[in-house]
Design a protein around this ligand. Structure first.
Ligand SMILES: Nc1ncnc2c1ncn2[C@@H]1O[C@H](COP(=O)(O)OP(=O)(O)OP(=O)(O)O)[C@@H](O)[C@H]1O
Ligand SMILES: [Mg+2]
Length: 234
């Protein structure tokens, strides 16, 4: 269980998140949507232990997440706006590097398996500096999955991916959901939100303004109307 309890984050004189609470149980898939600047990425950085809240607490299986709790953080796979990859290294070398850092077993085997899953195995020995944006994103996804986290926090993971890679990513997410892994997804693409998640939170100006189950039968249109009404405050 990943719990955020009454989190407030203030940077300078700006309140980025106000009294934010969420409990994420194993196997749950929750989308976090909202306009630019709403505080979505800040929420993920807090939950991944990359930032500390101004007040409130964050608990992973009952234990408080603090900066140096390396083992706790290994349980949380965070994919952010930055790829955290080294451009001079090849895909396989990048995965080896992270694998060693997090003491992953069978790095070679797992690394190759993941490179195949994201469609990069033919490029495994080429330094990634020449890679396209989508290829980098594919590798960033493989990196996050390498440590086999229990919670996946994916901040706009579909960005830059072509249709094939979008399907590959959704498949990888589905496989993990079936194993009981919890997913938090930030996306501006409602089609992917509906594909991947069961529940959706709308964040606006640092507050949760909606928290709903997704009705998969009803498709995209009512979802869009409902979103617009929620963020415009109607
Ligand atoms: N380090 C920082 N210093 C000052 N302000 C910050 C910092 N990080 C974020 N902010 C501010 O916090 C607010 C929320 O930012 P955040 O990146 O969480 O939004 P977001 O919902 O992820 O937006 P987007 O959809 O554009 O990615 C913004 O107004 C941003 O300017
Ligand atoms: Mg963001």
């Amino acid at each position: 269980m990943l719990e955020l309890k009454e989190i407030t984050k203030i940077i300078g004189d700006k309140i980025i998140l106000r009294n934010f609470s969420l409990a994420l149980a194993p196997g749950e898939s929750v989308a976090v949507i909202g306009p630019n600047g709403a505080g979505k990425s800040t929420f993920f950085k807090l939950a991944a232990g990359l930032m500390q809240p101004t007040s409130g607490e964050i608990l992973l299986n009952g234990e408080q997440i603090k900066k140096k709790t390396h083992l706790l953080k290994k349980r949380i796979g965070y994919l952010g706006h930055e790829s955290f990859l080294y451009s001079a290294l090849t895909p396989l070398e990048n995965l080896r590097f992270y694998g060693k850092l997090y003491k992953v077993k069978n790095i070679e085997e797992k690394g190759m398996e993941l490179l195949k899953a994201v469609g990069l195995h033919y490029f495994k020995d080429i330094p990634i500096r020449s890679f396209s944006r989508g290829m980098i994103q594919r590798l960033a996804i493989a990196r996050v999955l390498l440590t086999e986290p229990d919670f996946l926090l994916l901040d706009e993971p579909h960005t830059g991916l072509d249709q094939e890679a979008v399907s590959l990513l959704n498949l990888l997410i589905k496989e993990r959901q079936e194993k009981g892994i919890a997913i938090l997804l930030i996306s501006h693409d409602f089609e992917q939100v509906i594909q991947v998640c069961e529940r959706v939170l709308i964040l606006n100006k640092g507050r949760v303004v909606e928290d709903k189950s997704i009705d998969h039968q009803r498709g995209l249109m009512p979802f869009k109307n409902w979103y617009e009404a929620a963020v415009s405050g109607k």
